[in-house]
Design a protein around this ligand. Sequence first.
Ligand SMILES: [Zn+2]
Length: 54
Amino acid sequence: MPQRVTCSQCGHLLYEGVDLKPPDEIISKYDGKCPKCGRKLALIPVNVEIKPCK
Ligand SMILES: [Zn+2]
């Protein structure tokens, strides 16, 4: 099943392909924002937590 990622605001196609790409890779490819409307990209809830070291 191909993956398709579009901007949630303007619908600009950000990525389409058969390979699944991690969202952060797609976001970093566009420098964190949509090249068309400039919306900050937050495609998928980023599953990263920053925790203090113990
Ligand atoms: Zn956009």
